[in-house]
Design a protein around this ligand. Structure first.
Ligand SMILES: [Zn+2]
Length: 474
């Protein structure tokens, strides 16, 4: 079976055919580096890391690029507040990004383009946009893209010009010829933020132009796969398409893949909202990684289809930990069976072959990691039953271990069941925290203090927060 991808551009599943046989170029919009990354970023990073791993597993030579937006108004404002150079601030958070990525088991991308290192490419792109009649320099030193100059506007987000006009999302500005237009270069005249010289005066790149310039620089006119969170479809990706296709006349990307948002329960109501820095409802990867290992966090995300929305809750991570641990235990028991199990017995070949086929079919079906994981659980249930009956042979156990580890090269969810218990401490901590709450309500403070102190002595701190008691390793 061939790999199929749900392409957001055509809104249907299509067989994946790369531009160059055997090779895949893949660009994913990265993060704006002005703070630590949160679990919403982690979802996107884990989804595209897993997609890249699967493409490599299929034998493709993958070139994976993900950018750092290290020039941005949020960075400029925060750096000014701290009295430091903007690039010093962004370098600090790029360093933190790599530490956090490691704690999520994310492999290194091949290219990490930075906006600050792409200024020449950006200026060249802006010049070409103007040269081809799709943009204009305005009196304020900015360069705007003429949205109406592109007849197929809105093909990714299925928006029409008329929708935009009535949405109230366009900004009228005396410098723009049309309220629909957006800046590809922002002149410093309006706000004094002069960062780079350009043929149009001092300023900085617009929000969308860096990705167009980076893709052109590293991959040429067209990239096989372009990815990102589905909150980027409009306007960011729509505008990337306008800019790039205005210059090259070719499709910017053949397959558009977007991950669903990670949501959190809205405060004070039952509405779910996107986890984001600006809404202040985010959970830092650093904080979560203190409590859960990368395998559990990856399992939590990959056990849902990448395109579905997911509502975040710490209780779900605890549930994920308990669930994935069953797979780890099966893996450990299979390894023991390889050493100590019966020489003669069932070689489980049929079961392992079936699991391998189901895993491949699931991943080939638009990277359905949830169904792929279920195939591994099915194998685990069957082999557990056989081991319980002493029916599984050493060779059968070895075959099952081989498949689990092969699948794990893609998923990265197999942990060490023999670890010192740190991996499944969450459920026990929840019991202790509940017990302590009960004791406190009965005013048995000597006992609540004793629980806290003895946990501290054992290396765990309890913290009272607005959301209840949390724990962490100390
Ligand atoms: Zn982008």
């Amino acid at each position: 079976m061939a790999l199929t991808i749900h392409n957001n551009l055509t809104n249907r599943k299509e067989e994946f055919v790369p531009l160059v046989p055997g090779k895949v170029s893949m660009y994913v919009c990265g993060v704006t580096v002005y703070d630590d990354i949160h679990m919403g970023h982690a979802r996107s990073m884990i989804v595209f890391d897993t997609i890249a791993r699967y493409l490599r597993h299929l034998g493709y030579e993958v070139t994976f690029a993900t950018n750092f937006t290290d020039v941005d108004d949020k960075i400029l404002i925060r750096a000014a507040a701290e009295g430091i150079d903007p690039l010093e601030l962004s370098a600090r958070y790029i360093e933190e990004y790599f530490k956090d990525a490691e704690s999520l088991g994310i492999g290194r991308a091949d290219i990490y383009p930075k906006a600050s290192e792409s200024i020449d490419d950006i200026i060249a792109m802006v010049r070409d946009i103007i040269g081809k009649g799709h943009g204009y320099a305005a009196d304020d030193g900015s360069v705007y893209f003429s949205v109406r100059s592109m007849p197929d506007y809105g093909k990714l987000s299925n928006r029409r010009i008329e929708d935009l006009e009535s949405s109230g999302r366009t900004e009228a500005d005396a410098n723009k010829r049309d309220p629909l237009d957006f800046a590809v270069w922002k002149g410093a005249e309006a706000d004094g933020l002069c960062i780079w010289e350009s043929p149009w005066g001092c300023g900085r790149p617009g929000w969308h132009i860096e990705c167009s310039a980076m893709i052109r620089r590293h991959f040429g006119d067209t990239v096989d796969i372009h990815g990102g969170g589905n909150d980027l479809i409009f306007p960011h990706h729509e505008n990337e398409i306008l800019q790039s296709e205005a210059v090259t006349g070719k499709p910017l990307a053949n397959y558009w893949i977007h991950n669903g948002m990670l949501q959190v329960k809205g405060v004070g109501n039952s509405m779910e909202e996107k986890m984001s820095k600006s809404l202040g409802n985010f959970f830092r990867v650093k904080d979560v990684a203190e409590r859960y290992d990368s395998r559990t966090i990856r399992f939590y995300f990959l056990n849902t289809h990448y395109s579905s929305p997911l509502v975040y809750g710490e209780d779900m991570l605890a549930a994920a930990q308990a669930a994935v641990r069953r797979l780890w235990n099966n893996h450990a028991e299979l390894k023991a069976c390889m050493r100590d199990g019966p020489e003669e017995g069932d070689d489980a070949q049929g079961l392992v072959d079936e699991a391998r086929t189901r895993f491949a079919e699931a991943m080939d079906d638009d990277f359905n990691t949830r169904a792929a994981i279920e195939a591994l659980f099915q194998l685990a249930r069957a082999t557990n039953r056989m081991m319980g009956e002493h029916a599984l042979s050493r060779a059968g156990a070895a075959a099952a271990v081989g498949l689990l580890e092969e699948a794990d090269a893609v998923l990265g969810i197999l942990g060490d069941a023999d670890a010192d218990g740190g991996e499944d401490i969450g459920a026990v901590m929840d019991i202790l925290i509940g017990l302590r709450r009960e004791l406190r309500s009965r005013k048995l403070y000597d006992l609540t203090d004793r629980i806290r102190d003895e946990l501290a002595a054992a290396g765990y701190a309890l913290e009272d927060t607005a959301d209840g008691v949390r724990w962490k390793r100390i």
